[in-house]
Write a protein that binds this ligand. Structure first.
Ligand code: NAP
Length: 339
């Protein structure tokens, strides 16, 4: 009888500039069995894989806050799935778990790296709005920006997994929220569906000056709080609109993840506006995750936070979906449905 198999995707080659399909390789392996598990290990069949911008950083060897992804190994990634077999006391067959099983249909994880799904939201939402991206938004809004009623907050990549939650949390606190996003569909979505006050379509601006002008009209009294996800000319336009004593949560600079040098001409505003800027990595603040996850789940269940998922079908679609994410093709959280 033929052994059952599963598929995984490994990093085949490091990208030079933009990520290409040839950077990945799909492999077929024999399914692990219960007998293959060591003490405290768990065998998980993955249902959803999360695709996230940080993966682009891991594909390169540039010095960063985390070690690079190894060549010929399963691509790193957060997953939700079901326990198939367990040699860990805390996990039983049939449990839904969140882990870092990577770009693979199944895998073995040490129980210490898994978390039982406890929230009442749909399984996939544990990778987005009630998962790492949601907690990132929560951390920036509550711990760094300390958003208050009456503040004007600007968030870039506004319709994405993090940005969409940032804007909604800020609205719940009584802020005026201005998004920046690419294209009319994304801008309409954050205004009409998520309740942002305004959204700048940066693709419409032909020059940096036009982008600045559009933003300064939407944030007419200036920016109190900036949640930065993109970098480049988008960040620069926001810097030019800062109010005195503005606060900036520097969450991501995706426009430079292929190695482009940051374009920042308005750094002087950090000084002249006496601004506070804090970069952060959400996984360094695990102490706030339980509170953040609980609050986010409650807000989603009550309908106070909405979310959208872009779901690619099947593991083999992951490379194309990831390239799409880096090119702005996703609306909301980018996922891959594995089974
Ligand atoms: N610090 C942390 O702990 C942490 C945790 C999670 C995420 N992040 C960062 O947060 C940011 C958003 O992550 P996410 O998961 O929510 O992704 P996302 O917003 O769902 O997807 C990425 C979005 O970035 C925008 N984008 C891509 N390239 C761009 C470019 N060259 N110029 C302008 N916009 C570009 C696109 O939106 P548009 O079409 O609107 O441009 C794209 O849809 C990323 O920078 C990520 O690295 C940081």
């Amino acid at each position: 009888m033929e052994n059952a198999s599963y598929q995984r995707i490994v990093l085949a080659a490091r990208p030079q500039g933009k990520v290409q399909l040839t950077n990945f390789r799909l492999e077929t392996l024999a399914q692990p069995t219960f007998a293959a598990l060591k003490d405290n290990e768990v065998l998980v069949k993955n249902h959803f894989l999360s695709l996230d911008p940080y993966m682009r950083g891991r594909m390169s060897t540039a010095k960063s806050y985390a070690a690079p992804q190894a060549l010929d190994e399963t691509m790193i990634g957060a997953t939700v799935g079901k326990v198939v077999a367990s040699k860990h006391a805390d996990f039983r067959t049939g449990n839904d778990v969140i882990g870092m099983l990577g770009w693979a249909e199944m895998g073995i994880a040490h129980g210490n790296t898994l978390r039982l799904v406890t929230s009442t939201v749909p399984l996939s939402a544990n990778l987005g709005v009630v998962g790492m991206p949601g907690v990132t938004a929560w951390y920036g809004i509550n711990q760094i920006l300390q958003a208050k009623a009456g503040n004007t907050l600007v968030v870039s990549a506004a319709s994405g997994a993090v940005g969409s939650v940032v804007g909604q949390l800020a609205k719940l606190k009584g802020c005026r929220v201005v998004g920046i996003a690419g294209g009319e569909r994304k801008c309409r979505y954050v205004i009409d569906q998520l309740g942002f006050d305004a959204c700048i379509d940066y693709q419409l601006a032909k020059t940096e000056k036009e982008l600045f002008t559009n933003l300064s009209v939407a944030a007419k009294d200036g920016i109190d709080l900036l949640f930065e996800n993109v970098g480049s000319t988008i960040f620069d336009a926001s810097l030019a609109c800062l109010k005195p004593y503005a606060k900036i949560a520097l969450c991501g600079m995706i426009a430079g993840y292929n190695g482009e040098a940051p374009v920042l001409k308005n750094c002087n505003k950090l000084l002249t506006m006496r601004a506070m800027l804090q970069g952060f990595i959400v996984t360094e603040h695990m102490e706030i995750w339980p509170e953040a996850l609980q609050e986010l789940a409650e807000l989603v269940v009550k309908g106070k936070i909405k979310y959208h998922e872009t779901v690619a079908q099947g593991l083999s679609s992951a490379p194309e979906a990831f390239i799409g994410l880096l090119n702005g093709q996703n609306l909301g959280k980018q996922l891959v449905k594995l089974s």
